[in-house]
Design a protein around this ligand. Structure first.
Ligand SMILES: NC(=O)c1ccc[n+]([C@@H]2O[C@H](COP(=O)([O-])OP(=O)(O)OC[C@H]3O[C@@H](n4cnc5c(N)ncnc54)[C@H](OP(=O)(O)O)[C@@H]3O)[C@@H](O)[C@H]2O)c1
Length: 278
């Protein structure tokens, strides 16, 4: 496998790069300066590397801002993916596209890979349209995940710890349920999977479910930070983008594919925050 990772400094991009180096995979990462996604794509960098596999770790991921930046969101999550898909078809390259639980509306609660998508915010729509583009490629993987965390300062646990050091009380929503997923767990499983024969749509999230309130409380307990955490509703935040209420990604095919089940979310969180003293 010769792997081109589009994205260099995002959470998934960094985790994928670290795991490919660990596995001694011939890989290269492109930052937004090397491979800008918001305008017509310049394929020279890919043509000189000649990848067999492309992992798109770049995306527009600002869920609320997407409601007012629709053009940029579509450019990154849909139009550039369309152009990349055509390039992969032409060059016989496997295209791997991470997607999201936000392609579902959250009304059913638990979603299998074959369930009907129905996004309720613009970010989710742009990712759904990206999925449609990727599915044109004969050799594709669409890997949906949820609530990614673990690298940098922009993910939920990092923000909760920062806030808890500043304030004596925190308000956290308790009416959205999902599966928090450590980005290294996602990257490892995705890279192991893409090296095999699997093609199609798959769900890669940690096992188990939580609300953002549960996630925050578990984290603060692990870190021995003593602050009061108040339960609030999503509605009380009046955010620009709607969120699915329950968007749990089911994957029942792991053993058929020769993998063990994904780790339980609390175990990964504990490993990250205790073992590595994050
Ligand atoms: N975060 C979540 O909770 C979550 C949940 C479900 C699914 N996902 C999906 O998982 C994937 C990875 O998410 P993430 O959390 O790793 O995202 P992230 O940390 O927000 O990183 C975004 C990436 O997009 C790149 N990027 C942003 N604007 C760009 C532009 N104009 N041109 C080129 N590249 C640009 C960044 O490039 P640089 O490397 O140059 O900075 C960075 O690598 C995405 O497809 C996302 O939709 C995320």
């Amino acid at each position: 496998m010769k792997l081109a990772i589009i994205g260099k400094y995002g959470q998934l991009a960094q985790a994928a790069r670290a795991y490919s180096e660990f596995k001694k995979i011939d890989s290269i990462s492109f930052s937004r300066d090397d491979f800008p996604m918001q305008r017509q794509l310049c394929f020279d960098v890919l043509e000189s590397f000649k990848p067999t596999h492309i992992l798109v770790a770049s995306a527009y991921t600002l869920v609320d801002q997407a409601e007012s930046e629709k053009g940029l969101c579509l450019a990154l999550n849909t139009f550039s993916i369309g152009a990349l898909s055509s390039w992969c078809i032409h060059n016989n390259v496997k295209l791997v596209y991470p997607s999201t639980d936000y392609v579902f509306d959250g009304s059913i609660g638990k979603y299998s890979f074959s369930d009907k998508v129905n996004p309720i915010n613009f970010y989710g729509k742009s990712k759904m349209l990206g999925e449609i583009e990727v599915a044109r490629v004969p050799n594709f993987i669409i890997a949906r995940t949820s609530w990614l965390y673990g690298i940098g300062s922009n993910h939920f646990p990092a923000k909760i710890v920062q806030a808890a050091r500043k304030f004596q009380e925190l308000d956290v929503v308790d009416d959205q349920i999902g599966s928090p997923t450590y980005v290294f767990d996602f990257a490892q499983r995705l890279i192991d999977l893409m090296q095999g024969e699997f093609k199609g749509i798959i769900h890669i999230s940690s096992t188990g479910t939580a609300s953002w309130f549960d996630f925050a409380c578990r984290l603060l307990k692990l870190k021995s930070i003593d602050v009061k955490v108040n339960r609030i509703s999503t509605q009380s935040l009046a955010l620009p983008a709607k969120r699915p209420k329950r968007s749990i990604l089911l994957e029942e095919r792991w053993s058929d594919l020769g993998f063990r089940e994904m780790s339980y979310w609390e175990d990964s969180l504990r490993d990250l925050y205790l073992q590595y003293n994050h």
